[in-house]
Write a protein that binds this ligand. Structure first.
Ligand SMILES: Cc1ncc(COP(=O)(O)O)c(C=O)c1O
Length: 374
């Protein structure tokens, strides 16, 4: 879908209605009434329906399975105001990756002590902003970043990010972020020379992690670095086990499976009485199944195979219908391009078609459709 057909969806709080699903009403019913409401004023814009109960249920599942790990929701995954408000109500922390995300979190009432600035490459102006607003906990993985932080936020409480095995993940982050174990000793010594305060360690196994054993090795590596840092005089008290969790599709049972591995590794390497706070930065896990996008088909045309004359004949099985939506890869569906972990969008028809209506093989925008429709 080209930019010309991109529509902006306003997800600000002012433009957001909250509805309670009582008397057996479903998300589908909410979508129906919204379509009617918008249609009555000639409005065809796409819109989202967010199921906050889904976010809440994910949170309960987290608390049940990972009771020792406090979630700091990764704002980058979905920074809709209503999601951030929900996280605040659930008393999670927030992982912010930029000044804009910190601003948003603070403006929605998050307190600085509930924010970790979890980006290892930060503009100096953003570090100064964090400093001025009391956001002290931030990550780093290089000497250059250490220097920037000692200049712009000398009282920062630093979390060293290390690389871990991310070969089992759909999105790998270790080639860009994290210090190699071999360079950790030098970094710790440099931090000591600069008078920086290192309080903990973080890692991220990559998004869409398919094998939980990497968490065990990562937690064991973390223990090793904690011991090195403690020997050098740092008081290490925070372990951040990152993100990578999902619980839909092929990942349905993975969260529980990973949790068993993580809990055992934590009990072995960071037992409950060791004085280390354990946090994580889940993003996709919380919001991946909460939002439904309702987009309109705004145009359609028959596409025929040039090589096959039969396809031009009405009723030919080779005839295809191309549908154009008013949202696409430069809008809500950017995951098709950017997120291999969530690129298989499956359209489903909201309006049920009469079984007597003609059906064609069909395609939607740039995506082959799985739904057959009129
Ligand atoms: C630093 C950091 N934390 C957390 C996340 C969230 O990861 P996930 O959605 O896999 O939980 C990401 C994702 O890119 C990240 O880069």
């Amino acid at each position: 879908m080209d930019r010309g057909t991109m529509y902006n969806i306003d997800l600000s709080l002012e433009n957001c209605d909250i509805d309670i699903l009582d008397n057996g009403r479903t998300i589908k019913d909410v979508i129906d009434s919204k379509i009617k409401e918008l249609g009555s004023v000639d409005n065809e814009e796409p819109f989202y329906v967010a199921d906050l109960d889904s976010v809440y249920k994910r949170h309960l599942r987290w608390l049940t399975n990972l009771p020792r790990v406090k979630p700091f929701y990764a704002v980058k995954c979905n920074n809709t105001a209503v999601v951030l408000r929900m996280m605040r109500a659930l008393d999670t922390g927030l992982d912010c990756a930029s000044k804009a995300e910190i601003q948003m979190a603070l403006s929605l009432g998050a307190t600085p002590d509930k924010i970790i600035y979890a980006h290892t490459t930060k503009p100096m102006s953003h570090i100064k902003y964090a400093c001025a607003h009391g956001v002290d906990v931030m990550t780093f993985d290089s000497e250059d970043e250490l220097l920037k932080m000692s200049l712009c936020h000398p009282k920062a409480k630093l979390v060293l990010r290390i690389t871990v095995d991310d070969s089992k993940s759909l999105i790998q982050l270790s080639s860009k972020f994290g210090a190699q174990l071999a360079s950790v000793g030098k970094l710790l010594e440099r931090a000591g020379e600069l008078g920086s305060e290192i309080i903990g360690l973080s890692f991220h196994v990559g998004s869409g992690c398919t094998g939980g054993s990497v968490f065990k090795q990562a937690i064991a590596d973390a223990r090793h670095v904690f011991d090195m840092a403690n020997l050098l005089g740092f008081q290490m008290r925070l372990l951040d086990i990152g993100g990578g969790f999902s619980a839909i599709g092929d990942f349905k049972e993975k969260f529980e499976e990973f949790s068993v591995i993580i809990n055992e590794a934590l009990d072995e390497f960071f037992p409950p009485d060791c004085g280390v706070q354990i946090i994580a930065e889940p993003g996709r896990y919380y919001v991946e199944s909460a939002f439904t996008l309702a987009a309109n088909v705004i145009a359609k045309r028959v596409i025929c195979d040039d090589m096959d004359e039969d396809s031009e004949v009405e009723g030919s099985p080779d005839r295809m219908m191309m549908y154009y939506l008013n949202d696409g890869v430069y809008g809500s569906m950017s995951c098709i391009i950017n997120d291999p972990a969530h690129s298989n969008l499956e359209p489903y028809l909201h309006r049920v078609v009469d079984s007597s209506e003609r059906r064609y093989r069909s395609a939607i925008g740039v995506q082959p459709a799985t739904a057959l429709t009129k």
